[in-house]
Design a binder for this molecule. Structure first.
Ligand SMILES: Nc1nc2c(c(=O)[nH]1)N[C@H]1C(S)=C(S)[C@@H](COP(=O)(O)OP(=O)(O)OC[C@H]3O[C@@H](n4cnc5c(=O)[nH]c(N)nc54)[C@H](O)[C@@H]3O)O[C@H]1N2
Ligand SMILES: Nc1nc2c(c(=O)[nH]1)N[C@H]1C(S)=C(S)[C@@H](COP(=O)(O)OP(=O)(O)OC[C@H]3O[C@@H](n4cnc5c(=O)[nH]c(N)nc54)[C@H](O)[C@@H]3O)O[C@H]1N2
Ligand code: SF4
Ligand SMILES: [Mo]
Length: 670
């Protein structure tokens, strides 16, 4: 018998879509969009739809694996868990609990995925990763400026006169914002896209502005100069609700417009156009992750925030510097799930250069790594170093659905459940504010078990079983406990399936900011507290002709590695034959300069690594720009992260993935 259930996408994505899932004879047979979902309204992408394929795939891991003499053999859960727990007990006694590292990303948006922290805190506190390869620079920057990173509700876009899409590949990565853009355009709102790649969003824009990668902060300075020179700034907002405006003015005065135009490779007319859009608002800005993936990434976001602020677009309907939407995640009681007070000790490595952390660790060395919800070998910058680091430890445990590049390296691989095989609540702190309920719809294949079951079994063996003596229902209720005051309960969510969280639809409308001064801070007290420069400044990218001309001579092209259309990071490549190859996209001028034809075999390289693939020519891309979509598996040609740098951005919290120079040659020239 066929039955249709409401469920949710679990993938790490802006959109957090509502699903309708058809189940027949205990098997998921179809995933569709839920037309009744208030934001996602029945539309979903192929990545979400393919969660059915992933769930039913013959390549699913269905039994625990142990590597013996270089080969995986299937073992019982009892054996795998006993051996892992014995090791953890031994490590705790001999080296302390920080000899264990938890390497993870955010591959599943389930609320109960936070129980990993509960497990490691109860164990005593381990070596954690801090910062975020994904959005760390931007989140930190907005925390300095506003006190948090909050976005306007999706519907608020209809109050905008102009929309600026700045470094966000909306048509590809944030499909529901794309639908809102199409509707807003019909209603007469103008759309401007600022991006070095002429992407599908640019195609629907009224105006496309190409900027030299990594130079957006400098361009924002130019736009601010233009606004202030023509006395179009919002002086009332500046005088009453900001601190540090004089510091901003002195920065603007130090920089001359010609320098901006030359270095950003942007025209004076474009700067003037952008200035007119900003002061003739309401103008909403949708910042993507693109321009914060540089050594100057945090500062770039700060300068764009400053532009949005001086032009009077903060705290008004139709305005906003929309980047993350942290107010969504803050609605939940994550501390009740993760029990931070039980952590006895801890050590922090940067997520970006976790490999170096592992290789250099002393007192104690890293003896064991646990990987959950991540595939670091493909996704973390500087893959060769990541491989070396993950191979260097005594015990690597990977919990996943599939034998990924990272799982291949493991000593133990533990098979876990997919979204349809466990109950949870799903939300993303990136875009909209509606949470989705997802019931368990089918049984997992073979012996696959949920992450929660794995933590519970290990907790029993390690002597803190009582911390996991709760049902899923009880854990979900713990996570929702801050919301009962708004009448939001698990019971109601199970009934209604989607509930809007109590967030501000127009953030900062009351002009009360969460910074130390309570104002918008051009000069940040949080930054100063942490030992960083608090004043607005201009910083260049790291691998650029401006900062390292000799490197730029050797490696003249800028390598971007944006998110793939049909895969969520590395998660779909192995399911789609057409994706099992490396495509190296080059701008038209590079094709001409190097005499490259479509589909020709080429290799890109720098001091960190090499990657071979075939040419695709990008129409209208910024000169000297190359792109290789991220996420490729090493066995299908290799991850672009073989070439990317593992440094941290200017505020210490983000990656500099796109701050990467390379050269290119025809493959047969080697
Ligand atoms: N299809 C698909 N969708 C996804 C994901 C996926 O893997 N696949 N992943 C999800 C996740 S985890 C995230 S974090 C989001 C990310 O969503 P996006 O923010 O859209 O991330 P990117 O793919 O990095 O694309 C960023 C855009 O920035 C541009 N860019 C690069 N450098 C610069 C620059 O210096 N200046 C400017 N102005 N633009 C620049 C790129 O050309 C690209 O168009 O997407 C989510 N959605
Ligand atoms: N060069 C380059 N690198 C990038 C980026 C880029 O733009 N360019 N983008 C960065 C960004 S924005 C992000 S967010 C990261 C993403 O980095 P990752 O999260 O490491 O990437 P994924 O490929 O999504 O890998 C997630 C893995 O978790 C598994 N998984 C899914 N659900 C569960 C679950 O419930 N439990 C467990 N145990 N495992 C699960 C999946 O099967 C998959 O193997 O990549 C970053 N890396
Ligand atoms: S991957 Fe994103 S857009 Fe696609 S179905 Fe999932 S949440 Fe929706
Ligand atoms: Mo991300």
């Amino acid at each position: 018998m066929k039955q249709v259930f409401k469920s949710s996408c679990s993938l790490n994505c802006w959109d957090s879509c509502g699903f309708e899932v058809t189940v027949e004879d205990g098997k998921v047979i179809k995933v569709d969009g839920d037309k009744e979902h208030p934001i996602t309204k029945g539309k979903i992408c192929g990545r979400g739809r393919m969660l059915e394929t992933k769930t039913n795939s013959n390549e699913r891991l269905t039994a625990p694996l142990k590597k013996v003499n270089g080969k995986f053999i299937e073992v019982s859960w009892k054996q795998a868990l006993d051996e892992i727990a014995d090791k953890m007990r031994e490590l705790k006694k001999n080296f302390g609990t920080t000899s264990v590292l938890h390497s993870h990303d955010y591959a599943n948006n389930g609320l109960l995925k936070n129980l990993d922290k509960r497990f490691f805190n109860c164990y005593g506190g381990i070596t954690n990763l801090v910062g975020s390869i994904c959005w760390g620079s931007g989140i930190e920057a907005q925390t300095w400026d506003f006190g948090s990173s909050n976005s306007h509700a999706p519907d608020d876009i209809f109050h905008s006169k102009h929309i600026v899409i700045w470094g966000r590949n909306v048509a590809r990565t944030n499909m529901h914002l794309f639908h809102y853009l199409q509707e807003a355009k019909k209603r007469g709102t103008s759309i401007t896209v600022i991006d070095p790649i002429y992407n599908a969003t640019a195609k629907i824009a009224d105006r496309y502005i190409s900027v030299k990668p990594g130079m957006d902060g400098f361009a924002a300075i130019g736009i601010m100069k233009e606004i202030i020179n023509s006395h179009k700034q919002d002086q009332h907002f500046i005088d009453n609700y900001t601190v540090g405006y004089q510091d901003l003015l002195s920065l603007l005065n130090q920089i001359n417009m010609d320098d901006i135009l030359t270095k950003c490779e942007i025209s004076e007319e474009e700067i003037k156009y952008l200035a007119s859009i900003y002061h003739n608002g309401p103008t909403s800005t949708f910042l993507g992750l693109g321009m914060q993936r540089y050594a100057n990434g945090g500062n770039t976001i700060r300068l764009i925030d400053a532009l949005v602020a001086i032009s009077g677009n903060i705290g008004i309907p139709g305005g906003g510097a929309n980047f993350g939407n942290l107010q969504v995640g803050k609605s939940f009681n994550v501390d009740a799930l993760s029990l931070p007070h039980l952590q006895m000790t801890s050590r922090q490595f940067s997520m970006m250069n976790q490999a170096e952390g592992i290789l250099e660790a002393k007192n104690p060395e890293i003896k064991m790594i646990f990987v959950t919800c991540g595939n670091p070998l493909a996704q973390v910058p500087n893959s060769s170093k990541v491989k070396q680091a993950f191979e260097s430890v005594d015990t690597l445990v990977v919990v996943d659905h599939f034998l990924t590049d990272t799982a291949e390296l493991a000593n133990y691989v533990l098979p876990t459940t997919t979204v349809f095989e466990e109950e949870d609540i799903y939300y993303a702190s990136m875009y909209h504010h509606v949470m989705n309920y997802g019931a368990q719809l089918v049984e997992p294949p073979g012996e696959a078990k949920s992450d929660l079951w794995i933590w519970t079994q290990l907790a029993e063996r390690l002597g803190f079983a009582e911390a996991f003596y709760f049902s899923r229902t009880q854990f979900l209720e713990m996570g929702l406990s801050h919301l009962t005051q708004y009448g939001i309960t698990l019971e109601r969510l199970k009934e209604e399936k989607r509930i809007a969280l109590p967030v501000q639809f127009v953030p900062w409308e009351n002009k009360q900011f969460l910074t130390p001064s309570g104002k918008f801070e051009f000069t940040s007290a949080f930054a100063t507290e942490k030992g960083y420069e608090g004043k607005p400044q201009y910083l260049p990218p790291k691998e650029s002709v401006l900062t390292n001309p000799s490197l730029a001579k050797k490696y003249p092209y800028q390598l971007l590695s944006i998110h793939p259309l049909r895969s969520n990071h590395s998660q779909h490549y192995f399911l789609i034959d057409a994706l099992k190859k490396v495509r190296i996209e080059v701008s038209e001028d590079i094709a001409k300069e190097k005499n490259l034809a479509e589909n020709e075999a080429v290799t890109i390289y720098n001091d960190r690594g090499r990657l071979s693939g075939t040419v695709k020519i990008m129409k209208r891309a910024h000169p000297k720009t190359i792109n290789v979509d991220e996420g490729q598996w090493h066995k299908f040609g290799g991850s672009v992260n073989l070439l990317t740098p593992d440094d941290q951005s200017d505020n210490g919290q983000g990656s500099i993935l796109f701050d990467c120079l390379v050269n290119i040659e025809k493959t047969n020239e080697n």
